[in-house]
Write a protein that binds this ligand. Structure first.
Ligand code: ADP
Ligand code: MG
Length: 702
């Protein structure tokens, strides 16, 4: 429940003077409410923050006013010169003066009565607008403000500039926003007083007022204490929202899964390597979660090649040791099959009963798997979304592992889904390194483990950036690699989102390479419009070493694992985002041989150059993700991860990175002293928590 004094803020904007149905509709566009929201509320206007200000404080005399600047002048009205009859294109001019000189105020398409009422002859008026020179005359066309001396205070000396929409003038919008601000009551402070003092931050009320009625040009920029205070509040509200979701998850009944380690020991024996420290740390986190009485919801981040598959297998083994079953969901199908291939030999040695279930298992084969699953005669099942169709019943699903690579959609739904009265533990794996600030901001409700160490003996992939005219040399280099019995990928230029165009690009490159460049080599082609059988056929051939070169679209981005392929050429690499380049490059460097990645590109923009240089400089996925965040901002970055409405209104996850850590700590502390944010002094921040998108998508799901 929201305190009564706040309810005027949550009323429709139409409750404000001057806002009718038509204006309200324009407001909805201007403040960019998410689709589906049908009404602008007063509070939405408070968060419609200015992008700058118009400074009207300059009050020179007419003679000293600088053309091109915005000024506020005190003038006497001398005479009106309406446009001549029949010539509406000629302007209506009003001559005014002060002690220093004269000025024409110019109107186009003006109505005589209107102008006469605004500027009565012989009276004094304040006019504010841009000064111009025209044929030796000083003039001001369509002043922004014309006010009588007794209304002088209505003229905003520092006028905020808001993002607008067609039909809605800045003047109208700023007036409406000012009215909205008047609704904001003074609320008891929710921030810790010592912290407030150390930051020299204003009260919430004053901060909001300052954004809409700035006293100084700097007030509406990210660095101002007003802005910082509100940014911090926004981050804090986000952390509290995630914290509340986290609490809710923790009370979901789970079960204590504690295996005796016997299967894990057998797997470890069968592995040709020892686990890395990072893998062991992740497994310790997971074991602790599974052992706890509540449900596990853990995100495992690890760069491509960091060895997540073994961690998944060990996790599943824990559930089986405790008498349960385990599922590994890894779409698309190629990836699921690849996992089966890697895991099957280990499973066999460990005595685990393994099955696969994808869209391709049909009829009898599928029925058999379903029957065994329901009877508990399968320990581990690996598959695609097909695993979670309604007619799939587990005898006793202890843990679900989801290999999401870089798609996060499934996690949210699955994480909250109730299956029976005991919820399986959930481990989500992602190969997309997410900068820590983003993890905190968006996945703060999940526990996170990071595999931040590659298995030993890996050689960093050597990356080169070459210009298009150097192609011939690049092709020769690849030929040398192939002469040594190795294989190479060519990734074709990303020319459009359209599958068809993409296919065309792949076919063109394939044609050129197979006929002109490497007529003597075995070249294969892989693209998204091929039938699944044909795709798999090509992949199998490439894996078996029956192809030297594989030309592909970005379909190889996900999961393909051919250690003998040690070179990759990415054509028109400037067209790809950093995250995508990193994913693509991760297809090489999977064995112990030195691998190479060549980016063929012209850098047409500064940003493209920065991206290419980053790729050359580092193979560390986290560093690349940080750089991506700086270059593209969180919206874009998370957008590629298929996440919805994540826009922050005030805070900036790059500039305000430091604050989010503080907000995280503070939110934990607040929830400790006030579990449901019920104390009167927490009502103000609670109402912001309730506004948080996480709140809407997760908190309300029960
Ligand atoms: P990803 O995290 O990309 O899924 P994988 O699990 O496919 O990585 O592992 C990549 C490669 O590294 C595989 O060939 C795997 O066998 C190997 N690997 C995994 N863990 C280790 C380790 N601790 N030591 C040596 N090699 C390892
Ligand atoms: Mg993997």
């Amino acid at each position: 429940m929201r305190p009564a004094e706040l309810s005027p803020l949550f009323a429709s904007a139409r409750s404000l003077t001057g806002v009718g149905p038509r204006v309200e509709e324009m407001l909805r566009k201007a403040v960019r409410l998410p689709p589906g929201v049908t009404e602008t509320r007063v509070v939405d206007l408070l968060w419609h923050t200015p992008t700058g200000i118009v400074d009207r404080r300059s009050a020179p005399t007419i003679a000293s006013a600088v053309p091109g600047t915005i000024v506020t002048l005190e003038v006497r009205v001398l005479r009106h010169r309406p446009s001549p009859r029949g010539n509406t294109r000629a302007p209506y001019k009003v001559q005014v003066e002060d002690d220093s000189g004269r000025l024409d105020i110019v109107f186009f398409h003006a109505e005589r009565r209107f102008v006469e009422a605004q500027l009565p002859v012989g009276e004094t008026r304040f006019v504010s607008g841009r000064i111009e020179r025209y044929n030796d005359n000083t003039q001001m066309t369509h002043p922004d403000y014309i006010v009588a001396p007794d209304k002088r205070d209505d003229l905003p000396m520092l006028e905020p500039v808001y993002p607008l929409t067609a039909g809605l003038s800045g003047k109208v919008l700023s007036k409406i926003c000012r009215r909205a601000v008047e609704r904001l009551p003074r609320l008891p402070e929710w921030q810790d007083p010592a912290w407030m003092k150390s930051q020299a931050w204003p009260a919430f009320h004053d901060a909001v007022v300052a954004l809409h009625k700035p006293q100084d040009a700097g007030d509406v920029s990210n660095g101002s204490p007003f802005w910082q205070r509100l940014a911090y509040d926004e981050l804090l509200a986000g952390q509290l929202a995630l914290g509340l979701v986290r609490q809710k998850q923790k009370v979901q009944p789970g079960r204590r899964v504690s295996g005796d380690g016997r299967i894990r020991a057998r797997i470890a024996d069968a592995l040709p390597f020892a686990l890395t420290g990072a893998q062991r740390r992740a497994l310790a986190d997971i074991a602790a979660d599974m052992n706890a009485p509540h449900r596990m919801l853990r995100l495992l981040q690890g760069d491509v090649g960091s060895g997540k598959t073994v961690v998944a297998l060990m996790t599943m083994a824990m559930a089986v040791e405790a008498g349960g079953q385990a599922a590994l969901m890894a779409p698309p199908e190629v990836l699921a099959r690849q996992h089966v291939e890697t895991i099957a030999p280990l499973a066999e040695k460990a005595g685990l009963r393994l099955a696969i279930l994808t869209g391709r298992e049909k009829g009898k084969a599928r029925e058999l798997v379903l029957r065994h699953l329901a009877a508990g005669e399968i320990d581990i099942v690996i598959g695609t979304h097909a695993l979670f169709q309604p007619d799939v019943h587990f005898h006793d699903l202890g843990v679900a592992v989801i290999d999401e690579q870089h798609r996060f959609g499934v996690m949210q739904r699955l994480a909250l889904r109730q299956k029976g009265d005991l919820n399986p533990d959930v481990l989500v794996m992602t190969a997309t390194p997410i900068p820590r600030t983003l993890t905190l901001a968006f996945y703060g409700h999940l526990d996170v483990s990071v595999i931040d160490e590659l298995p030993p003996g890996r050689q960093a992939i050597k990356t080169y950036w070459k210009l298009p005219y150097e192609r011939a040399k690049v092709y020769e280099g690849v030929r040398k690699v192939i002469a040594e019995g190795k294989q190479a990928y060519f990734v074709c230029p990303m020319i459009s989102e359209s599958e068809k165009m993409q296919t065309q690009a792949a076919e063109d490159l394939y044609y050129r390479l197979s006929t002109e460049v490497y007529p003597d080599l075995r070249v294969g082609l892989l693209h998204g419009q091929m039938k699944p059988d044909a795709k798999e056929d090509v992949m199998l051939k490439f894996r078996a070493g029956e192809l030297d070169v594989l030309v592909s679209t970005v379909v190889i981005e996900v999961g393909v694992d051919v250690p003998n392929a040690i070179a990759m050429v990415i054509e028109d690499a400037n067209r790809f985002g950093l995250a995508q380049l990193h994913q693509l490059r991760g297809r090489v460097g999977r064995g112990s041989d030195q691998s190479y990645c060549v980016l063929v590109a012209e850098a047409k923009t500064e940003e493209a150059r920065a991206r290419l240089e980053t790729m050359v400089a580092t193979t560390d996925g986290f560093k690349i993700a940080e750089q991506d965040l700086r270059l593209r901002g969180p919206g874009q970055l998370m957008g590629t991860m298929q996440h919805g409405n994540l826009d922050l209104k005030i805070a900036d996850l790059v500039k305000d990175a430091r604050m989010i850590e503080v907000a995280r700590d503070c939110s934990e502390w607040l929830l400790q002293i006030d579990l449901h944010l019920q104390l009167p002094e927490h009502q103000g921040i609670l109402s912001q928590v309730q506004e948080h998108p996480v709140d809407k998508t997760l908190l309300t799901v029960s």
